[in-house]
Design a protein around this ligand. Structure first.
Ligand code: MGD
Ligand code: MGD
Ligand code: SF4
Ligand code: MO
Length: 730
């Protein structure tokens, strides 16, 4: 069997292989050297090795890869040196992708719930039975509650577009992505300042200040590698993080900022830059609006004041502001990525955007860019109109400026629980695991228990699948053909990538494209999906034939050439057509036009703030059960500072209770100076309910169980750092 053979890669060998990843850009891959050496020497098996291009899917980055395939078995995954975005790198998780494919816990066939929800009793169905059942439920719910009574949720994936298209053809506006648990408030802030979400040119930056991002563990390509290269070229890195992350460890300076106070820091930086006239006057005059209002506004925010708020010494704030201005325009406040943290996250990120504007780093080397992008075509879908549908999404109006096409998981769930403004009784999830990644797991369970029907398409029995009524098995990224996907990265490395099946799909797994086509047929919507993946790709490539050629030859299409100066003479897509230091649009909506600082709620006595983050082996909730990665981390721990642990009599490794208003878990303590005394932390992806995840079942605790669900007021992005917990010995 294919699976058994590849499962024999030992941990030592795996580490050796993934350890070689950094070197693999410069040095030819050892496997391929061996192959080249033995190719003509009469060694039989190696002759059968095929090298197949693909794109990694162990996280959203889509790093270019080359699979080594022997007799339809993937032996190893190598980085694709031609992929400029990933700079010829495949991280530890990328290397472990072999075990995503050959995971003994993979779902094998459709399953229908037998016992109570979450009880774990299942009946095997044929695909026909499963699809008939799903179509029947879609039809029934659509008729009884209108089409908007069915919610669709798809995570990051090259096939998620088909779930969205299906939802549109079916007639529901209630489509959400994982993004309202991820980065919407960051996007909101930068879009509302610049009219576009810029990309940081980390590679050429001389001074990076990185607040609330962890680029050496939370890998974003090419930023992670570019930051390393920039630092080798003497760029300075300043990290603000309540935890001593690997990024903090490698930085020139690290400040364990008091959580929730970054806005105070950046308003004070702005105050120094403005009061000392360290900004580029021509740039401010030509490109920005609202400078005088900003000057007045930040007068109150002195470094001395900010020291009290942030725990960062005033003299350092002042010095950093001056250093940033000196390095400008090749200096930046890194925009970050995940911003599902505070109720005022949009305004916090606005303060980053405003300081960047003061640095005049727009469209400049080492600053914020809008790189060139290729836009593949798409199949046009003329969605039918259903007269009885309500006027709007179920979460409409629940945040001040929600992205209509993304919605908000938090607000949608609240609306469903309330049954207002209208009932939603069906839910389809694809490649997303909100039971682990949506704060307040108990509320998600409550929501599921109000539904008539829930179906999940996944590769394993995730906690979300565990709660579903119908579970459909999908092929992993190495087994399926995907559409083309364009990506934007920093200077000279945007591009397009795609996937063909590296090996045939295992078990009875079926791609979601096929699933929605089959459902559409059963619902009389077949006309909307009357095309094949090849047709879809042809449509995508119609106007960009050069992409097809590059992908065939190199596995990826890179856009090269300068990314600077592309905005020269162009108006910004904002109300004032300039960079908005002062937002008239916010003002008109009753939102503070400039970020107004409010101290975070103080932590009650004997409580701690819990924050979310990542390490380099885990992708949110999705990779903790992977056989190779699990060997590197078998459970999670609660990080507690030694002073706090001593006050509670808690020892390193001791099992403790952690409690919030949302829930309670038990977990082992990791007593460490790598977090502030007032802040605790645990990794995501453990404490699973699904006992089909055999490596991690019964291990560690689920952070979503104790995170309270708050939302960023402006965007509706989940706010996951607003929870206070108590910890106690058992
Ligand atoms: N507690 C906590 N919550 C978080 C975060 C956190 O770090 N901690 N991070 C936040 C952020 S930044 C994000 S982006 C979101 C992400 O949240 P999610 O969208 O939930 O992402 P994952 O946790 O990666 O879960 C992906 C799911 O897809 C399944 N899967 C993997 N590959 C395939 C495939 O090829 N096909 C199918 N059908 N399924 C597949 C996995 O088994 C898993 O169930 O979570 C947010 N929420
Ligand atoms: N290995 C790995 N890489 C990944 C992912 C993964 O799951 N694993 N996920 C990918 C995805 S979807 C995303 S969105 C990105 C996320 O990448 P990042 O945006 O870098 O997100 P996090 O790792 O969540 O890092 C947030 C950091 O903020 C710190 N923090 C908490 N509160 C505060 C605060 O008030 N102020 C400041 N200054 N810091 C604070 C936390 O301790 C944490 O280290 O990573 C991507 N890359
Ligand atoms: S960063 Fe790692 S896991 Fe993510 S796509 Fe790249 S290689 Fe894969
Ligand atoms: Mo994310």
């Amino acid at each position: 069997m294919a699976a058994t053979k590849t499962q024999m890669i030992s941990r030592r060998k795996f580490l050796k292989l993934s350890g070689a990843l950094a070197a693999s850009t410069a040095v030819a891959n050892p496997c391929r050297v061996l192959y080249a050496l033995t190719k003509d020497s009469g060694v039989k098996n190696l002759n059968e090795i095929r090298e197949v291009f693909s794109a990694c899917d162990m996280c959203f980055n889509k790093c270019g890869l080359i699979a080594q395939v022997e007799n339809d078995i993937v032996k190893k995954l190598d980085p694709n040196p031609k992929s400029l975005k990933s700079r010829g790198m495949l991280c530890a998780r990328g290397n472990a992708g072999v075990k995503q494919l050959y995971d003994p816990d993979r779902l094998k066939y459709p399953l229908l719930r037998k016992g109570a929800r979450g009880e774990g009793k299942w009946q095997r169905l044929s695909w026909d039975q499963a699809l008939d059942h799903a179509a029947e439920q879609l039809d029934k719910i659509g008729k009884q509650y209108t089409r908007c009574g069915f919610l669709f949720m798809a995570g990051t994936d090259m096939q998620s577009t088909f779930v969205h298209q299906f939802a549109e053809a079916y007639g529901s506006y209630n489509i959400i992505s994982h993004e309202s648990n991820c980065l919407l408030s960051r996007n909101r802030a930068f879009l509302d300042t610049y009219g576009v979400m810029p990309t940081p040119d980390v590679l050429n930056c001389k001074y990076v200040i990185m607040p609330g991002a962890n680029r050496f563990e939370a890998i974003v390509t090419p930023d992670t590698m570019d930051l390393m290269t920039a630092m080798e070229n003497k760029s300075k890195l300043v990290v603000l993080d309540p935890r001593f992350t690997k990024t903090a460890a490698l930085a020139d300076e690290w400040y364990p900022i008091k959580p929730g106070t970054d806005m105070a820091f950046f308003l004070a930086v702005a105050q120094v830059i403005i009061s000392e006239e360290l900004y580029d006057k021509t740039f401010i005059q030509e490109k920005t609006s609202g400078f005088e209002e900003l000057r007045e506004h930040v007068k109150q925010y002195t470094p001395q004041w900010a020291e009290q708020e942030t725990d960062i010494p005033a003299k350092d704030i002042k010095r950093i502001a001056r250093e940033l201005a000196k390095a400008a325009p090749s200096a930046m406040v890194y925009p970050g990525r995940r911003s599902s943290d505070y109720e005022d996250s949009t305004q916090i990120r606005r303060s980053y955007a405003i300081v960047n504007a003061l640095l005049g780093n727009w469209d400049q080397k080492g600053g914020l860019l809008v790189p060139k992008k290729v836009k593949p075509g798409s199949m046009h879908l003329e969605a039918p109109f259903y007269e009885d549908n309500p006027d709007d999404r179920v979460d409409a109006g629940m945040a001040q400026m929600m992205f209509g096409e993304e919605g908000s998981f938090k607000h949608t769930r609240d609306a469903i629980l309330k049954g207002e403004p209208y009932p939603v009784k069906g839910w389809m999830t694809y490649k997303t695991n909100p039971m682990q990644t949506g704060a307040n797991r108990n509320k998600t369970i409550e929501m599921i228990n109000t539904l008539d029907f829930m179906m999940t398409v996944d590769i394993t029995m995730s906690d979300t699948a565990w709660m579903a009524d119908l579970v459909l098995p999908a092929p992993s990224y190495l087994e399926r053909q995907d559409p083309l996907s364009a990506f934007l990265a920093s200077s000279t490395c945007s591009g397009v990538i795609t996937r063909d099946a590296v090996v045939p799909a295992m078990f009875e797994s079926k791609p979601v494209f096929w699933i929605v086509k089959e459902l559409a047929k059963r619902l009389d919507l077949g006309e909307f999906f009357d095309y094949t993946m090849d047709d879809f790709r042809k449509e995508q490539l119609k106007k960009i034939p050069e992409v097809a050629k590059a992908i065939k030859e190199d596995g990826v299409y890179n856009i090269t050439g300068p990314s600077y100066g592309l905005y020269k003479g162009k108006p910004f897509k904002t109300t004032s057509k300039k960079i908005e230091l002062y937002s008239t649009r916010y003002k008109s909506k009753g939102i503070d036009p400039m970020p107004v600082y409010k101290s975070p709620k103080s932590i009650p006595e004997n409580h701690f703030r819990i924050v979310v983050g990542r390490n380099a082996y885990i992708t949110q909730s999705a990779s903790t059960n992977n056989n190779l990665l699990w060997e590197l981390q078998k459970e999670n721990h609660l990080w507690v500072h030694p002073e706090s642990a001593a006050a509670l009599g808690i020892k390193d490794g001791e099992t403790i209770n952690v409690k919030s208003s949302a829930g309670k878990v038990t977990i082992k303590a990791r007593v460490t100076k790598e977090t502030r005394p007032d802040t605790v932390y645990m990794d995501t992806g453990f404490g699973v309910m699904s006992n089909w995840l055999t490596n991690i079942a019964g291990k560690g605790a689920c952070i979503a169980e104790i995170l309270e669900d708050r939302a960023d007021i402006i965007s509706g992005n989940m706010a996951m750092h607003e929870t206070f917990v108590t910890i106690s010995k058992i």
